[in-house]
Design a protein around this ligand. Structure first.
Ligand SMILES: *Cc1c(COP(=O)(O)O)cnc(C)c1O
Length: 358
């Protein structure tokens, strides 16, 4: 038996096997995305997400192919020329690059990988239409303090705020009053098969898309905020979506609600604390993110001389942990602290790390 503490794809959602069997029995795979049964399933999944994540009734929920697609759609549908990006790792950098590749006059505030941002770093150039934040940098384990993001929105109420919560949803508790475009994909903390992105859009962000379109700007083709909104109002999608993915997400969301999201958040937080304490005390490991207030709860990154010295011996015990991402492959370990792993499995990993001293 293997347990995956990898940041994504990650340990499968407990119960995924049953969800898949049910999906086949209920003919989900053969469902037309224009049928009443699909529309009902679309509604069940979006209503469940609204409850689980406290998404306001006037915010829109769209289904896309991935989180990276969400970055592209956000830039196309809300930015005429200027977006500003807070870059502290691989994923915030991808968002910035998407804006540049789409020909926008995108600007960035860059800090070293493994650092976070404080409110004092959150200035932006005049004329910024959208600011892009990555809540949880999965590559480095650095997390933003959302109070700083909200304060930034209070200081610039006319600027749209985009927030990547790919590796922190649904554990992170969000206040949508300060957020305009929030997105995640399902192969991280939800432990579901990859290939589904979820994008949550404020009325102000959708209004911006309509105003850009009215001025003859290209805001996307088959997936623009306008086309997604038009079909979502009928509980549908513009093109054939990942129907199975939407079904599985609906099942996982209902199950998370039954388990109690408050309890899960509490458990994840306690486990993160135990992991960081272990790293602080371990002779050959140390937390990669120096400032405790910027350390992620869901992706714990540890500095190490050679990640293989831990990854391979632990894998032999069935405990699969992640190496660093990209250039940091060798010098980092990454441990996903997702709700798909239970407390007992996490205890086993803690013990194994504790006693492994290469
Ligand atoms: C994995 C990840 C992404 C990319 O998600 P895809 O679904 O592969 O597009 C974006 N942002 C963060 C923080 C991630 O961890």
């Amino acid at each position: 038996m293997k347990t995956f503490f990898t940041p994504g794809p990650s340990q499968p959602y407990p119960g995924l096997e049953q969800f898949l069997v049910d999906a086949l029995r209920e003919h989900v795979v053969s469902l037309s995305h224009r049928s009443p049964a699909f529309m009902e399933m679309f509604r069940r999944t979006t209503d469940g997400l609204r409850q689980l994540m406290d998404i306001p009734a006037d915010y829109h929920i769209y289904f896309l192919g991935s989180a990276t697609e969400a970055m592209e759609r956000i830039i196309q549908s809300t930015v005429r020329s200027r977006s500003h990006h807070f870059v502290n790792g691989a994923f915030s950098e991808i968002f910035f690059n998407v804006a540049r590749q789409l020909g926008k006059d995108a600007t960035e505030q860059r800090v070293p990988w493994g650092s976070g941002f404080g409110l004092e770093d959150m200035a932006m150039p005049d004329g910024t239409e959208l600011v892009a934040f990555t809540h949880n940098e999965s590559g480095t384990g650095a997390m933003l303090d959302l109070q700083d993001v909200y304060a930034c929105k209070r200081a610039h109420p006319d600027v749209l705020v985009a927030l990547d919560v790919v590796s922190s949803a649904p554990i992170v508790k969000l206040d949508f009053a300060y957020l305009d475009c929030v997105f995640f994909s399902v192969q991280k903390a939800y432990g579901l098969p990859a290939g589904l992105g979820v994008l949550i859009v404020s009325p102000a962000a959708l209004a911006k898309a309509h105003s850009l379109a009215a001025q003859q700007h290209v805001i996307g083709s088959y997936h623009s905020f306008r086309s997604l909104a038009e079909f979502a109002s009928k509980d549908q999608t513009p093109a054939t979506p990942n129907v199975l993915g939407i079904y599985l997400l609906g099942r996982a969301v209902a199950d998370l609600q039954a388990r109690g999201i408050g309890q899960l958040r509490h458990d994840i937080s306690a486990r993160a604390e135990a992991l960081y304490q272990l790293l602080d005390e371990h002779p050959t490991l140390q937390p990669f993110v120096a400032k405790p207030q910027h350390r992620s709860q869901t992706i714990i990154a540890a500095k190490v001389d050679d990640s293989a010295l831990f990854v391979e011996p632990l894998a032999q015990q069935g405990l699969v942990i992640g190496t660093g991402y990209g250039d940091h492959q060798r010098m980092l370990l990454r441990i996903a602290n997702f709700p798909t792993v239970d407390n007992k499995q996490m205890d086993k990993l803690l013990q194994a790390l504790q006693s492994h001293r290469p």
